[in-house]
Ligand binder design. Structure first.
Ligand code: HMG
Ligand code: MG
Length: 286
């Protein structure tokens, strides 16, 4: 039997957070609803972050209110602090499976730019968020950004990434998505980073999150597969970027990842035709 790879669709969040204009709630919901029909089990739909920092995500409460949930799909949102947790709690619906994602960086420069605080402060801020999520039975996922390069500090040492992953998992056991935020990673460097991180967390608790600036994202996914990872983030239509990471264009496209996994003989449970339709819809939003 073919091995299963889990795809975490991040287009509606990591993609649309970076668009110049604000996309209407109706268009976001149409995209999320179509993605929900594809067989995807994880869709990141928005963020409860400061609307001054990321205005494109300010309507996440309405997106959650209006989407038409599929019972097997988990809808994820980013939460940086207790203020974001409160926003999530108010918007949370009893009839949908939800997940929150907390996010930190492996480099101090990006932590300051993205969260306005040091790495240590960001971990302190997310502790009560994770505790509240646990009390409320909400699954928590973690992100570590800049796992190979930082737009401000340059190359990031593999051991620094491993130490950051360990800091996050000391707060609570969680899946950690490793973000090549500006897409400068190469298979060789991603491999070295993963070798170090695998000393801090098992492959089953890790996901790869590759932006495709250097056109290396698919090769980086192949390297990650070779090292045992079976979960990857991608964005339909190659939407994406991070507003606080200059030089972070699209995430690797979901349709390209599915084609690669198909070719390599992995199972995803995702209908590529539905994803192709969603990719067209996503590209029309740019
Ligand atoms: P700050 O300015 O230091 O926050 O920002 P503060 O606590 O001093 O608050 C300032 C104001 O923001 C206050 O309002 C707060 O109430 C409000 P005011 O009194 O001025 O009217 N505020 C909030 N409002 C709504 N929701 C909240 C919230 N928190 C404070 N949650 C903060 C700190 C964390 C808020 C800010 O830096 C922020 O929102 N950052 C998020 C940036 C972001 O979303 N980046 C993109 C996502 S990360 C990413 O894309 C990388 C990833 O894809 C992986 C990869 O590729 O590497 C995940
Ligand atoms: Mg990203």
């Amino acid at each position: 039997m073919a091995e299963f790879v889990r795809i975490h669709e991040v287009g509606p969040r990591d993609g649309l957070q970076n668009e110049k204009g604000v996309i209407s709630v109706a268009r976001k919901v149409a995209l999320i609803d179509l993605l929900s029909q594809s067989g995807l089990r994880d869709i990141e739909v928005g963020s409860f972050v400061s609307p001054k920092w990321v205005p494109q995500m300010a309507d996440t409460d309405q997106v959650l209110a209006q989407l038409h949930p599929e019972p097997d799909v988990r809808y994820a949102v980013l939460v940086p602090n207790m203020r974001g947790w409160e926003g999530f709690l108010q918007a949370r619906r009893a009839d949908i499976l939800t997940e929150i994602a907390v996010f930190i960086a492996a480099s101090e420069g990006f932590s300051q730019s993205n969260l306005n605080c040091s790495i240590a402060e960001s971990v302190a801020r997310l502790r009560p968020v994770v505790a509240a999520a646990q009390e409320n039975g909400v699954v928590v996922r973690g992100y570590v950004s800049c796992v190979t390069d930082c737009p401000f500090d340059g190359a990031v040492a593999p051991q620094q990434v491993a130490d950051t992953v360990a800091m996050l998992r000391e707060v609570a056991p969680m899946q950690v998505s490793l973000g090549d935020t500006i897409g400068k990673g190469t298979p060789e460097r991603v491999g070295a980073m993963l070798e170090a991180v695998l000393g801090a967390a098992p492959a089953t608790d890790l996901a790869g999150h590759f932006h495709d600036t250097g056109g290396q994202a698919l090769a980086n996914i192949e390297t990650s597969l070779d090292l045992g990872l079976r979960a990857f983030d991608s964005a339909v239509g190659g939407l994406g970027g991070c507003p606080y990471a200059p030089g972070a264009p699209g995430n690797v496209a979901t349709e390209a990842v599915l084609a690669l996994l198909d070719r390599l003989g992995y199972e995803t449970g995702i209908d590529r035709d539905v994803i192709a339709q969603a990719a067209e819809m996503a590209r029309a939003m740019r």
